[in-house]
Design a protein around this ligand. Structure first.
Ligand code: NAD
Length: 335
């Protein structure tokens, strides 16, 4: 099988995980990853066997650091069929003309606006609409986590209204520049937050309102979800629907916090402690006065990784059925 040639522009938190996930598939391969500086992450990328590309002006610095680059980012883009842009939010937008000029497809991440790609993607919700598209945005970690549960529950029972409060990790574990380290920050103070409208970029008919706060942790986001449903159902009915989703994991067995979920991910020997699934406390699934409530935790560093692989498969038309892509991606990842 001829494998689709994939480049990762921006080998950071998301980029390094997407690169490994793509490399694990049998219908696509990484032809290069880009780094701006020859730091420890570039050295590891080299050890993993990835061809590294860098901004043309920095090629000398890579050579000097003993991590020779294979060429410029422009050269990497030209060699690829599709670029997964994992640069920090706002930078990806600047790269659009580069991809257009080279005539390659591109995926952006949730830090970019919906309008940049014109199609916001979540596998269970709208895989088929991405077939053959040139530009797609894989929505953020929080939006991915919400779409993965709202879509199947809407299909089964009809969702009249979603309310969600998000307790967001302040920063990723490797980030030493931001906080807070000792405060809870309503973010944003002006309500509602952008998360509800972002879900609507994927599932437009859903009536959803969100509020969010930043809390001093690096380990996962936590969502308190409330849904008004159109059909009467029990908590057990909801468990059945969510339990049928391969990217939803029910947690219990004494796991009472995000810290223990991350320890569990270490114990089951997940790469980089990644938890690709939504983690829902099974015991929290409750129907109260006809409304559904539950808690879910979202591993921000890894949850969007399977969706990036599926988005590639849809855009490259390697598989027309979203359910089959999910099976293929998950099997290759060991999920
Ligand atoms: P990051 O800062 O960890 O990584 C970004 C990488 O891009 C770094 O290696 C940086 O050196 C590189 N880079 C910067 N400017 C570049 C340029 N001009 N050209 C090429 N490379 C460049 O960022 P991240 O957390 O991986 O986020 C990437 C995207 O994914 C953002 O849109 C973000 O909103 C989204 N996202 C992040 C998370 C998360 O929690 N980390 C979750 C979901 C989605």
């Amino acid at each position: 099988m001829v494998k689709a040639k994939i480049a990762v522009n921006g080998y950071g938190t998301i980029g390094k995980r997407v690169a490994d996930a793509v490399q694990a598939q049998d219908d696509m391969k990484i032809i290069g990853v880009s780094k701006t500086k020859p730091n420890y992450e570039a050295a590891v990328a080299q050890q993993l066997g990835y061809d590294i590309y860098a901004p043309a002006a920095n090629l000398g610095a890579f050579e000097k650091a003993g991590i020779p680059a294979a060429g410029s980012i422009e050269e990497m883009v030209e060699k690829s069929d599709l670029v997964v842009d994992c640069t920090p939010g706002g930078i990806g937008e600047e790269n659009k003309s580069l991809y257009e000029k080279a005539g390659v497809k591109a995926i952006w991440q949730g830090g970019e606006d919906h309008e940049l790609a014109g199609y916001s993607f979540n596998t269970v919700s709208n895989y088929e609409g991405a077939l053959g598209l040139d530009f797609v945005r894989v929505v953020s970690c929080n939006t991915t986590g919400l779409c993965r549960v709202i879509y199947p529950i809407d299909k089964a029972f009809g969702v009249n209204k979603v309310r969600v409060t998000l307790a967001r990790r302040a920063v990723d574990p490797n980030d030493i520049k931001k906080g807070p380290i000792n405060a809870i920050v309503p973010d944003p103070i002006k309500l509602p937050s952008h998360h509800g409208p972002d879900v609507k970029t994927v599932i437009p008919h859903i009536n959803i309102t969100s509020t969010a706060m930043k809390i001093p942790t690096t380990l996962m986001h936590l969502h308190a979800v409330n849904m008004e449903l159109n059909k009467e159902c029990t908590a057990e009915d909801v468990r059945k629907v969510l339990g049928s989703q391969s990217r939803v994991r029910f947690i219990g067995q004494g796991i009472s916090s995000t810290a223990e979920i991350m320890e569990f991910a270490r114990d089951i020997k997940r790469p980089r402690n990644d938890m690709w699934e939504n983690c829902i406390w099974s015991d929290s699934i409750t129907i109260n006065e006809g409304e559904l409530y539950f808690f879910q935790a979202i591993h921000q560093e890894s949850i969007v990784v399977p969706e990036n692989v599926d988005a590639i498969r849809a855009m490259m038309e390697l598989e027309s059925d979203g359910a089959k892509s999910i099976l293929k991606t998950d099997k290759a990842l060991g999920l």
